[in-house]
Design a binder for this molecule. Structure first.
Ligand code: ARG
Length: 471
């Protein structure tokens, strides 16, 4: 049992209570953030004369040593401490003596943990953004190589109209683009420094909060001390952003699972991203895609959990808020590895172009184009729709496709049909004619690819300021 408090107590904490209350087993991952925050705080205490320059230097040097030793694995974080903050401060004091005891001047663990968690989350926001950018490069690569891969587009899981694989993947590119823009938004909103808020009501020391904020890569110091120690909005926003990313990945995963099935065989997941069955020798299962789909619920769970934790908490800090960490870390770890693995799986997946083309040729995916053909011959769309509906019934009865109907049979249903009908309903024509902005026609997809390339070239990934901090 090693704790920062005790003066007020006459009895020893019950062992179970100590364990129940402690957070070191999960907050130890924030040691780097904790130490960097303490370094900025100690520098500021020295600059403002709250502590002597000598003490400030000794603290900074001591903290650097702990950081180096923890990065090189020389020190193990001992779980006998209550939390990562107590651990760092105790090791510091063991190493440098009394100066270490001055580090906590003008600070509370409430603003300290608010800072650490915010910086840890900010780093993960940046990491997520980088992984999404990589995934989008992979998607764009596939869009470029599959521009002519015709496949059925579906609505209600029924074949609807032909599209291309490039176009289909372009839809996911857009989703991840929105996800990245959400991350950039929340990064900007969260990037204010809570340190200096104290326990809840600021402090009587003349702290330079803006110095600390700038030193740690924040835009500015937060405006209200009570809000600073009790705000977890940024974390909720990030959990929502991760939930939406997972929802997108999960839909994508679902499609790949379907496309990888024997019934479809549109794609083949590489052996390196598949797993087998212990009993059925023939099996090659899409477990990675299934796990991505499965872990989505878990990330949503973290969002719901923290929303629920926060909803009844009066101002300012309450211990309930310690519950923000395990669920959030779990959501971050899982979401990030899902993006990475999904990217790897896509990069090694092969596409069965013939199967897709064959599939697009069935199911009357060209029926809308047949109606559009009649419209071009002067038939009002509503009538054209009915005529083609009758043609489809005829085909189903005869077990043929629209292009196999004779011109006489076509004319029996609508006398405006001419021999150029067949050219108009060819799959390649159906795709190529769709040239409105955002449609699957080759020229439209070329334009979409160009916009996507420009987007990736011009949108810098978010960078964690702590990665370039000089100490
Ligand atoms: N482990 C705590 C948390 O994660 C740190 C803050 C503790 N503050 C306190 N007043 N006990 O929230």
């Amino acid at each position: 049992m090693a704790q920062l408090w005790g003066g007020r107590f006459t009895q020893k904490t019950d062992d179970l209570v100590y364990k129940f209350n402690a957070s070191i087993s999960f907050d130890k991952r924030m040691l780097r953030q904790d130490i960097l925050g303490s370094i900025a705080h100690a520098e500021m205490l020295g600059k403002t004369g709250v502590i002597t320059a000598q003490d400030s230097e000794a603290i900074v040097k001591g903290l650097k040593g702990i950081l180096d030793d923890s990065l090189s694995g020389k020190i193990d974080i001992s779980e006998e401490y209550e939390d990562v903050h107590s651990f760092a401060e105790s090791v510091l004091t063991d190493r440098i003596g009394d100066a270490g005891k001055r580090l906590h001047t003008g600070r509370s663990r409430n603003d300290q943990v608010a800072l650490d968690m915010r910086m840890y989350t900010r780093g993960e926001v940046c990491h997520t953004d980088e992984l999404l950018a990589e995934l989008m490069h992979t998607i764009l690569g596939i869009m470029k190589s599959e521009k002519d891969t015709v496949m059925p587009g579906f609505t209600h899981m029924q074949k609807a109209q032909p599209v291309t694989l490039a176009h289909h993947f372009g839809a996911y590119f857009e989703m991840f683009k929105r996800d990245r823009s959400r991350l950039a938004d929340l990064y900007d909103r969260m990037n204010e420094c809570p340190l200096g808020a104290g326990a809840l009501a600021g402090t009587t020391y003349p702290l330079d909060r803006e110095y600390v904020a700038k030193r740690l890569g924040f835009k500015c110091a937060t405006a209200n001390s009570m809000d600073s120690v009790s705000d977890r909005d940024y974390l909720l926003e990030f959990l929502f952003a991760l939930s939406e990313i997972m929802m997108h990945l999960s839909r994508f995963a679902e499609e790949i699972i379907i496309w990888n099935s024997d019934e479809y065989r549109f794609v083949e997941i590489s052996d390196t991203y598949s797993t087998g069955s212990s009993i059925m020798p023939q099996k090659k299962n899409p477990d990675i895609a299934e796990l991505v789909r499965g872990k989505t619920g878990r990330v949503y769970g973290a969002l719901m959990s923290l929303l629920t934790t926060m909803k009844g908490i009066p101002l300012a800090y309450n211990k309930d808020m310690q519950e923000d960490k395990e669920v959030s870390f779990d959501a971050m770890d899982n979401a990030l590895s899902c993006i990475k693995l999904f990217d790897g799986m896509l990069g090694q997946m092969s596409f069965n172009r013939d199967r897709m083309l064959k599939s697009a040729a069935g199911g009357f995916t060209n029926a809308t184009d047949a109606a559009d053909y009649l419209v071009r011959k002067g038939v009002p769309f509503r009538d054209a729709h009915r005529f083609v509906g009758e043609m489809v019934v005829h085909c189903i009865e005869k077990n043929i496709s629209l292009d196999e109907m004779s011109i006489d049979d076509l004319k029996k249903i609508c006398d405006k049909a001419e021999p150029d009908f067949y050219e108009a309903i060819k799959l390649s024509t159906c795709v190529d004619r769709r040239l409105t902005k955002g449609a699957p026609g080759a020229e439209a997809v070329d334009a979409e690819i160009k916009i996507s390339e420009e987007y990736l070239a011009s949108t810098k990934t978010l960078k964690d300021p702590l990665d370039s901090i000089e100490i």
